[in-house]
Ligand binder design. Structure first.
Ligand SMILES: NC(=O)C1=CN([C@@H]2O[C@H](COP(=O)(O)OP(=O)(O)OC[C@H]3O[C@@H](n4cnc5c(N)ncnc54)[C@H](O)[C@@H]3O)[C@@H](O)[C@H]2O)C=CC1
Ligand SMILES: O=C(O)CCC(=O)C(=O)O
Length: 410
């Protein structure tokens, strides 16, 4: 049966996992959404399925995996909020085909990641992780060996997007030369230079920092061969996704002295919460700065992300707007005061819109406004009708073959 999601506001259930900032709950409450369940940790398996079984909106960060199977069990789900930048933890295609838009916060934690990486660059170039570890064991290593100013050194940025460009600008303020690799042609900021290949960046840089999304193309993009191409004694920073680096190859490169150090914030497998145990082949290296995926974890970023993504969910729920959805046709909408608004998500096959309009015409429903956007697989149409006609129009619209999901906003 086609799910209809015409639920009174006070019954709409939000489930927020992974300790999403309270600014999200406050924003939802300020907009009349008070059914908000919060969990401090990521959930998986049966716990996740039970938590979201009757949720209309789910909010996660990077560690909750919303696979096709998980989505299948959440039949009432209208939209997903990724309270972070990365959306690789969500099966975006499966969500789209089920009529579920996904919203994220594409730049609220950008600066936090950039600041951390900049600090790590300085720490690595001075050999601080190793010195710090020795002193914690009552040792003393006052030495300039292997310790360098960053001024005049070359920083290689892989993935010159929001975070990569911010780091490039900040690094130049410290006197670094910036080179980068990106699959797209990018406007270089300051004196940065785009090189012709990943290898060219690896060969030239004193320190390489990774800022690509997790995709099939970036999976293990830094492995044994790439590490071997880096300058002997150079450093690697990874605050992108754990799957981008072959962690065993990195451990081997550190053992061999090919790399002088690394700063790693993200791991192929990360603990579900703060009470779980962290395991990694990197824990034995004093010269590796390990952080628990906190690149974006600052008070400023989390507060801002909480508000930003909650506002997007509220806007979709109240008004139907899908502006900035990462997996869905984007429709920007005016207010619908005095009208009922129907939201119809359908498979993008010929004839669906013709049938919707036919049904409305046969039922004598006057259409006051219609907004349609499609992508290759789904169509999203928003139709405003006279306020008395909402329920009849919903019945007509939901029974059109090809309908994935429909809803009325009164
Ligand atoms: N450690 C943490 O807490 C955080 C980690 N992240 C991670 O950082 C990633 C990057 O974030 P943004 O800079 O905001 O993303 P962005 O989308 O602005 O930039 C990514 C860049 O990578 C490029 N790219 C994609 N595939 C590539 C490939 N195969 N080779 C080279 N370049 C490629 C893109 O063209 C783009 O310019 C996110 O996807 C997320 O996984 C983001 C925020 C916090
Ligand atoms: O804060 C988080 O949980 C994840 C941050 C992150 O990796 C992202 O924004 O993509």
């Amino acid at each position: 049966m086609t799910p209809k999601l015409s639920v009174p506001k006070e019954k709409i259930k939000f489930v927020l996992l992974e300790g999403i900032h309270p600014s999200a709950v406050d924003t939802l409450a300020a907009n009349g959404y008070t059914q908000v369940m919060t969990h401090a940790k990521a959930l998986a398996g049966d716990e996740l399925a039970a938590a979201i079984a009757d949720a209309h909106f789910v909010g996660i960060r990077s560690r909750t995996h919303l696979t096709e199977d998980v989505l299948r069990g959440a039949g009432k789900l209208a939209a997903i909020g990724a309270f972070c930048i990365g959306t690789n933890q969500i099966d975006l295609g499966a969500a789209m085909r089920r009529g579920i838009p996904v919203f994220n916060a594409p730049f609220s934690n950008t600066r936090s990641v950039a600041e951390l990486v900049l600090a790590e660059i300085v720490m690595l170039m001075r050999g601080i992780p190793h010195k710090n570890a020795v002193l914690h064991r009552n040792g003393w290593v006052k030495s300039a060996a292997g310790s360098h100013e960053v001024r005049g050194k070359t920083l290689g940025i892989v993935g010159y997007g929001h975070i990569g460009t911010q780091i490039g600008v900040l690094a130049e303020q410290l006197g670094m030369q910036v080179v980068f690799h990106d699959v797209e042609a990018k406007l270089p900021l300051g004196n940065a230079r785009q090189l012709s290949s990943l290898d060219a960046v690896l060969q030239l840089a004193d320190i390489v920092t990774l800022h690509v999304p997790e995709t099939p193309q970036t999976m293990l993009m830094i492995g044994e061969a790439q590490l071997a191409r880096m300058k002997r004694g150079s450093h690697l920073v990874n605050a992108s996704r754990g799957t981008v680096v072959d962690i065993d190859a990195l451990a081997a490169a550190l053992d061999a002295g090919q790399l002088a150090g690394a700063a790693i914030d993200v791991f192929p497998v990360e603990p579900q919460g703060n009470d779980a145990r962290f395991e990694s082949p990197l824990v034995r290296f004093d010269n590796v700065l390990l952080t628990p995926h906190i690149g974006g974890s600052t008070a400023e970023a989390q507060e801002s992300i909480g508000r930003e993504v909650a506002v997007k969910l509220v806007r979709y729920s109240d008004n139907g707007s899908t502006v900035s959805a990462v997996n869905f046709p984007e429709v920007a909408l005016p207010e619908h005061t005095g009208r009922s608004r129907l939201l119809h998500i359908h498979r993008n096959v010929p004839g669906v819109m013709a049938r919707v309009n036919e049904r409305f015409s046969e039922a004598g429903i006057n259409v006051a406004g219609q907004y349609l956007r499609t992508n290759e697989e789904v169509g999203y149409v928003v139709i405003d009708v006279d306020s008395g006609a909402g329920d009849v129009a919903l019945e007509e619209m939901c029974s059109v073959p090809g309908t994935i999901r429909c809803r009325v906003l009164y």
